[in-house]
Design a protein around this ligand. Sequence first.
Ligand code: NDP
Length: 254
Amino acid sequence: MSSSPLAIVTGAAEGIGWATAQQLAQAGWTVALFDMNGPRVAERARALGAQHSGWACDVTNADEVKARVSDVVAQHGRIDGLVNNAGIADQTAPTLQQDIQAFDQVLAVHLRGAFLMSQQVIAQMVQQPRDAHGNRGALVNIGSIASFGGIPGRNAYCAAKAGVLGMTRALASEWARQGIRVNAVAPGYVKTALVASLVDRGAIDAQAIARRTPMGRMAAPKEIAQVIAFLASPMASYITGAVLPVDGGWTALG
Ligand code: NDP
């Protein structure tokens, strides 16, 4: 078993998750990459190096989550960080045309998935020794500018992302005394496949987003990953229950 800290990143095959896995690996973490797409995530883990591992895991499936987290513990002996990143774009439909199964799926991936992962990982972290600050581990959840503002036609996504902040604060309050920190980042628009799919469907307009963003552009995935890695690290040892916007000034503008 390795002595480096271990982090699980969900949705790690693409976009922000993949950038986060790379960022954490560069900072000395061993990374367990979780994603729906088993072969793709195994390939990603191999590209990072031999100590990293890729696991097929649908975060909405309670049995799979339990089994994969316990596989990681069996292999590495402990878990120091969890990044609840797995996400899907919503159907982007007016309320009266919203397909209810699509609505449920968005809530399932962003909320049920993050909660199932958190349950299993906290159960492990709480058995681990405390570090010099009295901490045992850190969770980072991914909110969005949609956590704060309503976007017409994106009911499920806005509900899910507002919920992520509620869950972050509830878990942070519950587990602070046990030395488990729980924080969230709230990215603005980031150049990933998820955003490309919304642009392709005409659900969002890339140029309008650039105009509305004070910094005048979308983020690169690495610019979100760097902040996630900071919140997961001992550099953030006294931060819990925080939500950090990483949005080029979007929320500052109001
Ligand atoms: P991507 O679509 O690029 O990557 C998301 C990854 O999550 C994919 O690999 C996807 O796998 C995986 N995934 C989806 N569902 C599940 C599941 N049930 N279990 C495990 N893995 C799953 O998205 P982004 O990188 O853009 O988004 C990452 C997170 O950041 C999401 O939570 C998103 O809501 C959030 N976010 C993104 C923003 C942006 O502008 N891009 C802005 C604010 C927040 P597969 O492709 O096989 O479905």
